[in-house]
Design a protein around this ligand. Structure first.
Ligand code: GLU
Length: 492
C-alpha cells in the first residue's frame, strides 16, 4: 500500500502546538514509509476564517521544518497548489462536493431537511429534558421527491443530512485505540451540506481523503467520536476505509487540555520567544510518543527512523515547559554563537538596548556579550534579562553577602591593584582576565575565594554568575573602572 497521509488544518489564526505535533507525526510516518505527506486547507467554516491565517500556518510549518510533498504551498508569497490531487483548499472544491452529495441522495444515505433552527432547538430541548441524546428526528424523511423538488424550487432554506440507520453498530480499528464500536442510536443525522451550500467538515473530509488517496488518517482524538459517521459515509460511497490513528490530547500540568489561557500554546509564541525549531520538534515529538529506549535528544532523521504509530500513547501527554526549556537549552548550547547572536539582536533592539546601527557596527562586541550567557539560556528572549549586567555601571549591589564581601579587610588593597592593572592594560582581552588574577595573587597574596568573589561583586554586583575573563572583556576598560568606583560606595 502506498502511504499517503495528510495534515488538514483549518485556518483559524494561529498554530497550536498540538497541530504542530499532528503535522509532525504525519510527516515522520510518511518519510519513514517513503510515502507522501499532504497539506490540505479545511476552510469550509466561513465564520471561523481569519485573513492571512493560511500564510501564517504555512510559515510556521516552514519554520518548524516539516515540509509537505503535496498541497497548498507558499511560492513567492503566493498560495499555490502542488500535486495531482488538487485543489487542496476545500472552498475551491465545491463542485466536487456537489457531485458527491448527489450520489448519497440517490442511494438514500442522505436527505434534505427543511426544518427551521427554532424547531431543531425545541426538539433538542425536549429530548434533553427527557434525558435523551439530542438528535434530529428524521421528520423531513417523510417528503416525496415531488415535495422536495417543489420546496427547493421555491428556494426554501434547507440542509442535507446523513441518513443513519437505527440501532446499527459501527465498528472500526484505530491503531492507538484498538477496536471502537459505536451504535448509530447514539449518533445524530449529521448535517453534510449547510444551508449556504458549503459542505460540513464531516462530509468534505471523507470525500477529500478518498479522492486524495489518503491511506492513514492521523489526527487529534477530538475527532474520534466523529469517526463512526465518517465510516458510514465511506460505506455509503462504497469506498475503502483508511487506517485511523487518533492522537492523545496535549495537556496542561493540571491535566486539562492545553489551552491558550494558561500560557503559550501557539507555535508562533515559541518562535517569538526564541525557541529553536529543532528543539520544539524534538520536545513535541515526545509528548504522546515514546521511543523504545530512554533517548531524549533526537535529530529529525532519528525521529523519522524511530517513530512508530504503535508507540503512541492512549492517554494525554503533559506539556511540560521546563522540559521543553531543557531541550531548548541543549540546542542553544549546540548552536553556533552567530546563530544565537542573530536571534538575540531583535530582542535587544526591541528593548532599545541597542539600535539597528549598533547591531551592525558592534556585532563582534554583541557576540562576545551573548557568549557570556549563551550556555545558560532556556530561550533566546532571556538575553534581555541577562544583558542587564553589561548595561549599567551604577549597579545596585543588593545581596547581603555581596556587600559583606566588599567590606572585607583586604578589599581596598584589591581595588587599588585592580585600578592600576586595568589602567595600564593595553587591551582588556580574554588573556588579560586570565592573567590579571594570577598576577594579583603573586603580588599581594590575596587568593582563591578572597580574590574572585569580591572581584565578581565589583564587576557584576552579584556573588554568582558567568565566567569573569569574558565578562571583563565585554565590559572593557572604561566600564571596569567605573564599576570599581561604584563598588567603593558600598564600603563603609
Ligand atoms: N480541519 C480539522 C482540524 O482542524 C482536521 C481534522 C482531521 O484531520 O480530520 O482539526
Amino acid at each position: 500500500m502506498d502511504v499517503r497521509v495528510r495534515f488538514a488544518p483549518s485556518p483559524t489564526g494561529f498554530v497550536h502546538v498540538g497541530s504542530l505535533r499532528t503535522a509532525l507525526y504525519n510527516y515522520l510516518f510518511a518519510k519513514q514509509k517513503k510515502g507522501k505527506y499532504i497539506l490540505r486547507v479545511e476552510d469550509t467554516d466561513r465564520n471561523r476564517k481569519v485573513e492571512g491565517a493560511i500564510e501564517g500556518m504555512l510559515g510556521a510549518m516552514e519554520w518548524a521544518r516539516v515540509p509537505h510533498d503535496e498541497g497548498v504551498k507558499l511560492v513567492d508569497d503566493q498560495l499555490m497548489d502542488v500535486g495531482e490531487h488538487g485543489p487542496y483548499t476545500q472552498s475551491e472544491r465545491l463542485s466536487i462536493y456537489k457531485e458527491h452529495i448527489e450520489i448519497l441522495l440517490a442511494n438514500k444515505s442522505a436527505y434534505h431537511c427543511f426544518c427551521s433552527k427554532e424547531r431543531i432547538d425545541k426538539l433538542r430541548e425536549e429530548q434533553k429534558n427527557k434525558g435523551l441524546t439530542p438528535r434530529y428526528d428524521k421528520k423531513c424523511l417523510q417528503f416525496s421527491k415531488e415535495e422536495i423538488d417543489t420546496k427547493i424550487n421555491a428556494e426554501e432554506q434547507h440542509v442535507i443530512r446523513l441518513n443513519l440507520p437505527t440501532d446499527r453498530d459501527i465498528e472500526f480499528k484505530d491503531i492507538v485505540r484498538g477496536e471502537v464500536v459505536v451504535n448509530t442510536d447514539d449518533l445524530d443525522d449529521q448535517v453534510l451540506v449547510k444551508s449556504d451550500g458549503f459542505p460540513t467538515y464531516h462530509f468534505a473530509v471523507v470525500v477529500d481523503d478518498h479522492l486524495m488517496k489518503i491511506s492513514h488518517i492521523i489526527r487529534g482524538e477530538e475527532w474520534l467520536i466523529s469517526t463512526p459517521k465518517h465510516i458510514f459515509l465511506y460505506e455509503a460511497f462504497g469506498w475503502e476505509i483508511p487506517q485511523y490513528v487518533h492522537l492523545p490530547n496535549i495537556l496542561n500540568a493540571d491535566k486539562k487540555k492545553l489551552s491558550k489561557r494558561q500560557g503559550d500554546v501557539a507555535v508562533e509564541d515559541f518562535t517569538r520567544k526564541g525557541y529553536l525549531p529543532e528543539a520544539l520538534i524534538n520536545y513535541i515529538a515526545l509528548v504522546g510518543w515514546s521511543p523504545e529506549d530512554n533517548q531524549e535528544i533526537f535529530t529529525m532523521e532519528e525521529l523519522i527512523e524511530k517513530f512508530s504509530l504503535e508507540r503512541i500513547s492512549k492517554s494525554g501527554g503533559v506539556f511540560d515547559v521546563n522540559k521543553l526549556n531543557w531541550v531548548n537549552a541543549h540546542y542553544i548550547k549546540e548552536s553556533s554563537l552567530e546563530r544565537i547572536t542573530d536571534m538575540a539582536i531583535p530582542h535587544l533592539i526591541e528593548k532599545e538596548y541597542i539600535t539597528e546601527q549598533q547591531a551592525t557596527e558592534n556585532y563582534e562586541w554583541i557576540k562576545d556579550m551573548v557568549s557570556v550567557f549563551k550556555d545558560r539560556l532556556s530561550f533566546v528572549a532571556e538575553v534581555v534579562d541577562e544583558v542587564n549586567i553589561f548595561l549599567n555601571n551604577d549597579i545596585d549591589i543588593e545581596e547581603e553577602e555581596a556587600v559583606a564581601l566588599l567590606n572585607c579587610e583586604h578589599v581596598p588593597q584589591l581595588l587599588e591593584v585592580l585600578i592600576e592593572k586595568i589602567e595600564n592594560a593595553e587591551e582588556i582581552d580574554l588573556q588579560f582576565g586570565k592573567k590579571v588574577f594570577k598576577e594579583i595573587q603573586k603580588e599581594t597574596g590575596i587568593k582563591g575565594a578572597k580574590l574572585f568573589k569580591p572581584a565578581r561583586v565589583i564587576f557584576t554586583g552579584k556573588t554568582h554568575g558567568p565566567d569573569m575573563p569574558l565578562v571583563m572583556k565585554v565590559l572593557g576598560k572604561k566600564n571596569l573602572l567605573a564599576r570599581i568606583e561604584n563598588a567603593k560606595k558600598y564600603i563603609n
